[in-house]
Design a protein around this ligand. Structure first.
Ligand SMILES: [Zn+2]
Length: 422
């Protein structure tokens, strides 16, 4: 899921109790005998065995002490094995907080692709800090050194890697680990048949799956759908998700939640591919022309990612980087284009005023194109800055997904700084 559990989550509007499930904080919840779940932003599951704990996910460095304190209300067993469902900082970076004083270093299991992720983070820490600043509504100038530090290997990196599947037994309790690409290429889901508990990691997050994230690397919705169907086929009695609260004792509901999410993704991919098959039109034409799948189910609301963004990711998975617009194959520098457009419209301020009028009429999509050109033509013009910032703030207020809301808030912040998003 996210890379930064920021206070910006407070920007979510109109949180219903069901939407709040994505942001659920609580625990310890007993989900099966000797098995507890707790979450603060992201969830952790502790399976107590006669040899020690098997811990699935470890939270962020920031919130892990609180999660560990919750789970330690129920068990004082040392951590025997930790499993990182994937290498995001809200899952793989908090293990220290769960270790007992003086205990031996636990075994840490992850998919074989995870170390390459940490190497990528180390190579691109500045890039990641900038895109996370946008994702959480700010500008990179507002980010602290902590963000840069986060994009390195976790404090306790994995020491046991596997490829497709791994079966382990700890204290006589069996666990099945399965690789499943989805939000990441290094994702693992865990099934404990004896206790009938499934831990999907971020393959299930009580929201439209994060398979669209506009600033992150490739995601794999069909692989995720296949994994969700495999989980449903296990008929688990308890679901302990990567984000949101647990579901306990209702195997039919859990299977429905997993299967419906799979169906949602399959529908979205098939509609996108059908649009691509019809002559491979420009990407924007596909995105704005497609009928997006929708559900009334509380676990399929676009509160974090935006369904429209998933279409983009499918296009990228099956296609190239070119947008499909001839002018964008070898484009002019944006500032030059903005100047030309502003000139032909009577100046950047006129363009910004027209953008404002369009925004006032509710056409924010069109308004923001003009706003971008106005700002890029006259980034130091305070009147233009203020109009553009205002348009993006109003647009943010119209949106439902945290990612969209915060990127538009970030656009407003950049406009006020006289910097067109860089
Ligand atoms: Zn996550």
């Amino acid at each position: 899921m996210a890379q930064n559990p920021s206070a910006k989550f407070a920007t979510m509007r109109g949180k219903s109790p069901e939407e709040a499930k994505f942001f659920w904080t609580g625990g310890p919840v007993e989900v099966a005998p000797r098995t507890w779940f707790a979450s603060q932003f992201s969830g952790c599951t502790a399976f107590e065995t006669d040899e020690g704990l098997v811990l699935v996910d470890t939270g962020t460095r920031q919130f892990a002490p609180a999660i560990a304190a919750m789970l330690r209300q129920r068990t004082q067993a040392p951590v025997h094995t930790a499993i990182y469902t994937h290498g995001h900082i809200d899952h793989a970076y908090g293990l220290d907080a769960f270790l007992l004083p003086g205990q031996t270093r636990p075994r840490v299991i992850a998919h074989r692709a995870m170390p390459a992720r940490f190497a990528r983070y180390a190579q691109t820490s500045g890039h990641n800090a900038a895109l996370n600043a946008r994702q959480f509504g700010g500008t990179v100038a507002h980010q602290s050194g902590e963000t840069y530090q986060a994009f390195a290997a976790p404090p306790v990196p994995p020491d046991t890697l596997y490829d497709e599947r791994l079966s382990i037994s700890v204290g006589g309790v069996g666990f099945e680990l399965k690789h499943c690409r989805g939000e990441t290429d290094d994702h693992t889901w865990v099934w404990c048949p004896e206790r009938s508990v499934v831990c999907p990691g971020d393959l299930f997050i009580w929201a439209v799956p994060n398979d669209g994230n506009p600033q992150k690397v490739q995601r794999y919705p069909l692989d995720r759908a296949k994994g969700l169907r495999e989980m449903a086929a296990c008929a688990p009695q308890a679901l302990c998700p990567g984000h949101g609260g647990p579901v306990i004792g209702d195997a039919a509901k859990i299977a429905h939640m997993l299967s419906e999410t799979a169906q949602f993704l399959e529908t979205l991919v098939s509609r996108t591919l059908a649009a691509m098959e019809a002559g491979s039109p420009p990407h924007v034409d596909i995105v704005t022309g497609i009928e997006l799948p929708k559900s009334d189910s509380p676990w399929l609301q676009p509160v974090y990612d935006d369904t429209e963004f998933l279409v983009r990711n499918v296009i990228r998975l099956y296609g190239g980087w070119w947008s499909g617009r001839p002018s964008e194959l070898k484009p002019a520098p944006r500032a030059e284009l903005a100047h030309e457009i502003a000139k032909s419209c009577g100046g950047a301020l006129s363009l910004a005023e027209r953008a404002e009028a369009l925004a006032a009429s509710g056409d924010f999509r069109l308004a923001c194109h003009l706003a971008d050109f106005a700002l890029e033509a006259a980034p130091q013009d305070c009147a233009v800055q203020e109009k553009v910032a205002g348009i993006y703030e109003k647009r943010a207020a119209q949106e439902t997904s945290l990612m969209t809301i915060n990127i538009f808030h970030s656009a407003a912040a950049y406009a006020r700084a006289g910097r067109p998003f860089a």
